[in-house]
Design a protein around this ligand. Sequence first.
Ligand code: GRF
Length: 195
Amino acid sequence: MKNIVVFASGSGSNFQSIIDAIQTGKLHARITGLISNKEGIKALERASNNSIPTAILSVKDFNSIEEYSNTLLEQLFEWDADIIVLAGFLRKIPSSVIQAYQNRILNIHPSLLPKYGGKGFYGLNVHKAVIESGDTVSGCTIHLVSEKYDEGPILDQIEVPVLDNDTPEELAARILEKEHELYPIVISDYLKTLN
Ligand code: GRF
């Protein structure tokens, strides 16, 4: 069975969808740890409710990026991570971690990449931009993480219609539902391709 380490910075509803998929037998894997960059977030509560070990690692608590990266890598080795799943993690993953886990880091983004990806496109900013542009379709994307932000190879996407008079919050909620469906399926399929 493969080991997943999840990174989250917020509510962790995608993290929860992965926990649920494992519990219901839809995803054959185990989550060996959660890494967060801040205290007090709902994702940590979800980890504790499910007896998943956690580590809070924030770059600002280290003297250098190297020290931060090395601590992340040590934690990933300790938890014997086969893949890293980013689930709303709002910090850049250091290059040395991306290199150590080439093609083993997945991310979910709430737009149809390459549209509305890159710097500044996170949270409601994404949905505001979609609505302002007049697009009639948005969605979510799961991709592999490369050193270019939001630009790694796309594994799968789901389209979600943008409705007349949608607020960014309404569109976000409709897309989030699809994220919860898609992420565990893509993780499961991806794990099957690994040795
Ligand atoms: C999701 O919309 C995801 O696409 C983005 O961050 C959000 C995380 O939500 N990367 P949650 O913490 O999983 O509820």
